[in-house]
Design a protein around this ligand. Structure first.
Ligand code: KG4
Ligand code: ZN
Length: 340
């Protein structure tokens, strides 16, 4: 077993909440020994979105080889682990079940403690995998922007979070994916719109910046924007759509909303830094606009730590583990699990 002092941990984490089968071994919530992700993006591409039943079946096929590889690459055995952590929610019920059952099996077979972790708490804790922990100061504002989530959190200390706002309808990544489809771009729409926008004029169309008003607090809304883009695309005959200009104008509206609310939250709460997480944080216009708008540092972990992975689940689990929390083997998945 790891040199178990009160503050040390060696954790195997498993993440199967959506369409990535992932496993990682992490020491002390900061040092990645292995981080394996088997993505299903190609499998779902022909449906233009995630097909839940297909996702669970694929997780069943991939979970053993992915966990086995994470252990092999970390050069350790199951008996060297202090704990097995797994994403318990939020996510797709069938997908979550595969990871949770695998984790329970390993915990039971090797008599290791089990911890069920919130997926969003994982995204928030991804910062500790990419920054020098000594440099991280509280309070932090974290924007989690992915295909399933658009959430703004204040982190006051380890394990102390305040939910500031979130989307009232579509997630930002979901809006990118739906608009990508409207524009005839390949799935997933986010990277395709990011690329198409490079040759487009972000001022060509003035799309609505919904929920920007003060009374909406730190909440977001993207469904009106999506409808406005749909209406705009109908103005053009097939083959004559200015795809690049629409993509750039749509992206500018999303970025504007995300940056305005995040900057407001950072100022209101005196954040020492802003952290971006989730697949949409790969967006180049978002990163640039966020850095331009803020006086405090904007931290964006490398892409493999922004998108779904299991190392971030281990990073979050570390703080629960050293605080003495242990979950029962009867633990169940919670598809709509809330962080706070
Ligand atoms: O975090 P993630 O890999 O998976 C989850 O949804 O949990 O995020 C995927 C989302 C997709 O909606 C994808 O279109 C979006 O992130 N995305 C981007 C970019 N890269 C990925 N959105 C905008 N710009 C990008 N460069
Ligand atoms: Zn995620």
């Amino acid at each position: 077993m790891n040199e178990s002092t009160a503050n040390a941990s060696r954790i195997l984490a498993i993440e199967t909440s959506c369409d990535e089968t992932a496993a990682a071994v992490v020491d002390n919530g900061t040092t990645i020994l292995s981080n394996i992700v088997a993505s299903q993006t190609e499998l779902h591409a022909e449906f233009g979105g995630i097909f839940p039943e297909l996702a669970s079946r694929q997780h069943i096929e991939m979970i053993y080889p992915v966990v086995e590889r994470a252990m092999r690459e970390a050069f350790i055995g199951l008996d060297d682990l202090d704990c097995i952590a797994v994403t318990r929610g939020p996510g797709l019920v069938g997908s979550l079940l595969v990871g949770v059952n695998m984790a329970k099996g390993l915990a039971l077979a090797r008599n290791r403690p089990l911890l069920g972790i919130n997926h969003i708490e994982g995204h928030i804790n991804s910062l500790w995998l990419s920054e020098d922990p000594a440099e991280i100061e509280f309070p932090l504002v974290t924007l989690v922007v992915s295909g399933g989530h658009t959430e703004l959190y204040l982190m006051l200390d380890h394990g102390r979070y305040q939910h500031l706002g979130g989307t009232m309808d579509d997630a930002a990544g979901e809006a990118f994916d739906k608009v990508g489809r409207l524009l005839g771009l390949p799935y997933p729409g986010g990277p395709a719109i990011d690329a198409a926008s490079e040759n487009g004029n972000p001022h060509a169309f003035r799309f609505p910046r919904a929920a920007m008003q003060q009374e909406h607090g730190y909440n977001f809304s993207f469904s009106g924007l999506k409808t406005a883009v749909l209406r705009q695309t109908k103005q053009f005959q097939t083959g004559h759509m200015p795809v690049h200009d629409i993509a750039a104008s749509f992206q500018a509206a999303v970025v504007d909303a995300l940056v305005t609310k995040t900057a407001r939250a950072a100022a209101d709460y005196g954040a020492k830094a802003v952290h971006l997480a989730g697949g949409v944080s790969a967006n180049r216009a978002l990163r640039k606009a966020m850095k331009d708008a803020l006086d405090v540092p904007v931290r964006v972990p490398p892409p493999e730590l922004c998108t779904d992975n299991a190392a971030m689940i281990a990073a979050a689990a570390h703080w629960h583990f050293i605080s003495g929390r242990r979950d029962s083997l009867n633990m169940d998945v919670i598809p709509s699990l809330q962080l706070v």
